[in-house]
Design a binder for this molecule. Structure first.
Ligand SMILES: N[C@@H](CCC(=O)N[C@@H](CS)C(=O)NCC(=O)O)C(=O)O
Length: 192
């Protein structure tokens, strides 16, 4: 598999997921400053001209949520998704999409101090944080002791907000983010 990647981008989410899967992959470095992500060659891979993108033979994917859903299915031995047909599977699919359709834009609004009008497709950041806190329950992960791709997607968002010097202001979410960052570091160290 080829991961179109830049370390200073959301492609770090797919890289973490690949490592969780124990996958073999090659990194194809895309220089964002040289705007290689907008080159005609790369636009054939991701028409949005953004990172990440993943090529698995003939299968080309873009958008982290789609890639993580694909990888969780491709590597069943990694146990990164609930069993299909269960109640947990429904909640898992919903959280995977929620991470990118609600959490990501709401967090953007929160970080930039932009008000979220009710007509947008997502709620304001404080409401979204409350949903995630509720979904986390007693933890440690979104599905109790079962770590899934939903933790990679949602956790990566909170970790990313820390790179902007922004915490969530919620004790429970900060403890969750600490656990996620520890796990990610351990996964990377085990690979090395
Ligand atoms: N929702 C997308 C977000 C992708 C995204 O925004 N990538 C940024 C890097 S963090 C990018 O490639 N920006 C370069 C550009 O838009 O020119 C995903 O999760 O895959």
């Amino acid at each position: 598999m080829k991961l179109y990647y830049n370390p200073k981008s959301r492609a770090a989410i797919t890289r973490w997921m690949l490592d969780e899967c124990g996958a073999d992959y090659e990194l194809v470095l895309i220089d964002l400053e040289k705007r290689e992500q907008k080159s005609p060659e790369f636009l054939k891979i991701n028409p949005a001209g953004k990172l990440p993108a993943l090529a698995d033979g003939e299968v080309i994917l873009f958008e982290n949520a789609a890639i993580c859903l694909y990888l969780a299915e491709k590597f069943p031995a990694a146990h990164l998704m609930p069993k299909k047909g269960t109640a947990e599977y429904g909640r898992y699919l919903s959280l995977m999409v929620y991470s990118t359709s609600q959490l990501e834009p709401a967090m953007g609004d929160g970080i930039m101090g932009v008000e979220t009008p009710a007509w947008r497709g997502w709620n304001d950041y404080e409401s979204v944080k409350s949903v995630i806190e509720d979904q986390l329950g007693e933890g440690p992960w979104l599905f109790g002791s079962h770590f899934t791709a939903a933790d990679v997607m949602i956790g990566s968002m909170f970790a990313w907000s820390r790179t902007w010097g922004k915490g969530t202001g919620r004790e429970k979410l900060e403890a969750y983010t600490d656990r996620l960052q520890k796990r990610q570091a351990e996964t990377q160290a085990n690979k090395a």
